[in-house]
Design a protein around this ligand. Structure first.
Ligand SMILES: C[S@@+](CC[C@H](N)C(=O)[O-])C[C@H]1O[C@@H](n2cnc3c(N)ncnc32)[C@H](O)[C@@H]1O
Length: 192
């Protein structure tokens, strides 16, 4: 099973079951990526509820890691594959009161507007992240100083970031590269 460069976006039941056994080989530094993402969370135990939007939650590995580190977190997890969500659902059942799973194409739905953190980790269709429509939906879903973390399997070419450039120039976002030590890159956008 190859995760990057896929031409179809929905995991079959068979692929979903295999996912956890092949993922570390398919995504170098998989756990390191999770650690870097977790460390960007604006952890503050005076926040009663830290709201996290995970796009492409898959089998729930990142959410499980984050929720174990933050007692006050509440997660909305989206995935297009109900097979992946079924596995996430059973893996996360001890935290079910703090997690809502949604089966949807993240490029086609609207999100509520109260998140401290959003992240997206898809292996396919990544260029759709850097479009005006999608970025502005994420932007409006975040609270002030909210963080948007993007995990990409390729460095984003400068000239393909059309809308974010304008967006960034308005100083509504700050962006930095969090991680570039593996084929997967992490970018952080922070709402100013
Ligand atoms: C790399 S995997 C899961 C990553 C997961 N966060 C982890 O840490 O293992 C990417 C997931 O994104 C989902 N996905 C791909 N395109 C999607 C879309 N347009 N909308 C929602 N989910 C999508 C896939 O079904 C897959 O479960």
């Amino acid at each position: 099973m190859r995760l990057s460069g896929r031409t179809h976006f929905i995991y079959t039941a068979e692929e979903a079951v295999l996912y956890d056994t092949v993922i570390e080989r398919e995504i170098p530094c998989y756990h390191e990526l999770h650690r870097v993402i977790r460390d960007v969370f604006p952890y503050d135990d005076t926040i009663q509820e830290l709201r996290y939007l995970e796009l492409g939650i898959g089998t729930g590995n990142l959410t499980k890691y984050i929720i174990e580190a933050h007692a006050n977190i509440r997660v909305d997890g989206y995935d297009i594959s109900h097979q992946m969500l079924e596995i996430a659902h059973s893996k996360l059942q001890n935290y079910s009161e703090r997690i809502q799973l949604h089966c949807a194409d993240v490029f086609e739905v609207s999100f509520s507007n109260n998140y401290h953190v959003a992240s997206i980790f898809l292996c396919e269709d990544q260029e759709r992240i850097f479009t005006k429509d999608f970025l502005s939906r994420i932007y409006h879903s975040l609270l002030s100083k909210g963080v948007f973390i993007v995990c990409c399997s390729a460095k984003i070419p400068e000239d393909s970031i059309e809308y974010p450039k304008t967006f960034l120039n308005t100083r509504l976002w700050a962006v930095r590269v969090l991680w570039e030590n593996s084929p997967f890159m992490l970018y952080e956008f922070r709402k100013l």
